[in-house]
Ligand binder design. Structure first.
Ligand SMILES: C[S@@+](CC[C@H](N)C(=O)[O-])C[C@H]1O[C@@H](n2cnc3c(N)ncnc32)[C@H](O)[C@@H]1O
Length: 253
């Protein structure tokens, strides 16, 4: 149970019979309130309320700002994303490529609906984007993606398609070899584990989720580690991301 006292600037939580009080100026209070906010946002479908340069983007804005920090630091030649949907995240990465005057974007989706394809292809940033239709784990699709990368190019990959553990693990096995040393393959949406019991969830999400795939993958691949990208600017007390992507950043050593 959590009791929030805005007038005192504190919150009190009872956890396993123990009561703890945290002042609002502590990372502990921020984390507890953030977790509640994430859960409330899940239940209300908050992430389904944004567009980026005209296209719906199904991401928590916090995650978009953080991945922007990573992209600006790495300045990849190629950004690959599995899971296109309406194309908003591809357009987001393309915006950064245009602003940096570096990079291009490859998006893979098992089904690119005609109205989405038409809108993405008509977008002013489409010259930065290649769309590939097919399952991300189909070897012919993986080969097509590989052929789009030139030797020596820096590659960053985001996995945002089917979020079962088995699928994400297959994607990690197929795409991780394409990631450049120092760059990341990002297994998004590990939030699933945290929202079990909420609307539109399944009990098996407790283990059947991208975070568990990421943990298994790094356990068997010593040249990859789960590593939080450092905050490039931080004059505050918070050190942890507020995110739908816990333990998502898998860095190639
Ligand atoms: C969460 S949405 C992607 C959201 C998008 N990245 C964004 O930020 O707006 C997931 C997408 O994954 C696609 N998908 C599901 N299974 C897939 C598979 N096996 N291969 C590729 N894409 C798949 C779905 O068709 C859907 O469009």
């Amino acid at each position: 149970m959590i009791t929030i006292h805005p007038e005192r600037g504190t919150l009190t939580r009872v956890l396993e019979g123990r009561e703890e009080t945290h002042s609002f100026d502590t990372p502990e209070a921020f984390e507890i309130i953030s977790d509640l906010w994430l859960r409330c946002g899940w239940d209300t479908k908050y992430v389904y309320s944004f567009r980026w340069f005209g296209r719906p983007v199904i991401q928590l804005p916090e995650d978009l700002i953080r991945i922007q920090e990573v992209i600006y630091a790495i300045k990849p030649d190629v950004i690959i994303e599995t899971g296109v949907a309406h194309g908003g995240s591809l357009i987001f990465y393309a915006t950064l490529c245009k602003a940096m005057e570096k990079g291009r974007v490859v998006g893979i989706d098992i089904e690119i609906r005609p109205h989405n394809r038409k809108a993405i292809e008509a977008h002013e940033l489409f010259p930065y984007i290649t769309l590939i239709e097919g399952s991300s784990v189909d070897s012919a699709i993986v080969n097509r993606v590989r052929e789009l990368i030139k030797p020596g190019e820096t590659v960053l990959i985001l996995l945002d398609s089917n979020h079962t553990k088995a699928h994400v693990l297959s994607e990690l096995q197929a795409y991780a070899p394409l990631v450049s040393p120092g760059s990341y393959i990002v297994a998004t949406d590990g939030i699933m584990e945290q929202v079990v019991g909420a609307p539109r969830t399944k009990p098996e999400w407790e283990w059947d989720n991208p975070r568990r795939a990421a943990l298994d993958f790094v356990a068997g691949n010593s040249d990859f580690v789960i590593e939080e990208p450092p905050f490039p600017f931080n004059e505050g007390a918070i050190r942890d991301r507020v995110t739908y992507w816990p333990d998502a950043f898998i860095r190639r050593i």
